[in-house]
Design a protein around this ligand. Structure first.
Ligand code: SF4
Length: 349
């Protein structure tokens, strides 16, 4: 951090330079003061702050030691040697940090920061799938809680899901819980996918040809994008390059120009030169990418904000550090089983 960013005025100037097109000036002033206090306390308490790509711009550019996607931040959490890890992201991410680095105090600034995908499946649902499809390995998206990871053979993120599925060399895999990500990975890896109902009495015909078994969970943000949205944007801006997160439906991914994890999308924008870009993902990330690429035009879709990521504010992060509150706790037996699934994923990359 530069010397200037240790004072409220210096932080304000830094944020203004970066975000004057995105955040109103008075808000930047307010947030600069909070950010400086958080950074002071972070040092005093020997804490590490991790910030997901979906954090709001002023937070994203002021307090995290590292920013990134779930995979990158998991690696940072595993390597952390500070006493406290504050995870500016949602609960399942903070849980992953605790799974990987159990001796640290891991805090999430708001207990309300959930996730529609993580909440779509329980450990009992996974056990039921394993009873119905015995011997089939379970690949679990990182966007799940520890109890679900503990029932799994291996985890994946949107950045490595295809590599994880292919690493198993299995005729069939259970891929949970994101229905759309599963559909996109099935298409990418050339596999047939089925979605069993929650009713275990429902049987599939013996001769049905499938290699992946999915689950009907969805990200409440990415499911909102439609092919019609893409067609409308292309009519208005024929030269736009559209990037879709793989939690969007397979039809939306198909209609886009590129699909990848948040990090892959960031790299794509940095390395290409298009007249304008549209990111079909959480809208704060669009702001963050725009702020880092001032010479590139980004179309904004700011009605699509994740309500869970939105719970993480500078105010709550300060309170979390001051009171050391909303500490992640995981039963050790569950943590150890979840650790094996996460660690196996990290070994693949
Ligand atoms: S953007 Fe979607 S997947 Fe990510 S935390 Fe929000 S609801 Fe969950």
């Amino acid at each position: 951090m530069t010397a200037e960013k240790t004072t409220a005025e210096g932080m304000y100037e830094y944020l203004r330079e970066k975000l004057s097109d995105t955040v109103p000036d008075f808000e930047l002033r307010l947030k600069a003061g909070l950010a400086v206090e958080i950074n002071r306390l972070k040092k005093e308490k020997n804490a590490l702050i991790l910030g997901h790509n979906y954090m709001e711009p002023a937070l994203f550019y002021s307090i995290p030691d590292y920013v990134g996607d779930s995979l990158e931040l998991s690696r940072r959490a595993a390597a952390a040697d500070q006493d406290i890890i504050v995870f500016c992201g949602v609960k399942f991410m903070a849980e992953t940090a605790k799974i990987l680095n159990p001796t640290k105090k891991v805090l999430v600034p708001s207990p309300k920061a959930g996730c529609s995908l993580a909440e779509s499946i329980t450990a009992e649902d996974v056990r039921e799938l394993k009873r119905r499809f015995p011997g089939v390995p379970v690949v679990t998206y990182i966007n799940t809680y520890a109890e679900v990871k503990a029932e799994s053979d291996i985890c994946c993120t949107s950045g490595n899901a295809a590599a994880v599925v292919e690493s198993l060399n299995s005729d069939k895999v259970i891929f949970i819980p994101d229905e759309y990500l599963a559909g996109n990975i099935a298409r990418e890896t050339g596999k047939q996918i089925i979605f069993p109902t929650r009713d275990p009495r429902h049987q599939f015909p013996e001769d049905l040809d499938y290699q992946m078994i999915g689950w009907p969970g969805r990200c409440e943000v990415h499911e909102k994008f439609t092919v019609e949205d893409i067609e409308n944007v292309r009519k208005q801006f024929p030269d736009v390059v559209i990037l879709a997160h793989p939690e969007c439906s397979p039809a939306v991914v198909e209609a886009s120009d590129f699909s990848g994890s948040t990090t892959a999308m960031i790299r794509y924008v940095e390395k290409t030169r298009a007249p304008r870009y549209l990111l079909l993902t959480e809208c704060s990330m669009g702001d963050n990418v725009a702020a880092n690429n001032p010479d590139k035009e980004m179309l904004r879709l700011c009605s699509v904000r994740c309500p869970h990521m939105n719970e993480i504010t500078l105010e709550d992060t300060l309170l979390s550090l001051q009171k050391e509150q909303f500490e992640i706790q995981i039963d050790e037996e569950i943590r150890l089983r979840a650790y094996r699934a996460v660690e196996r994923m990290l070994a693949i990359g």
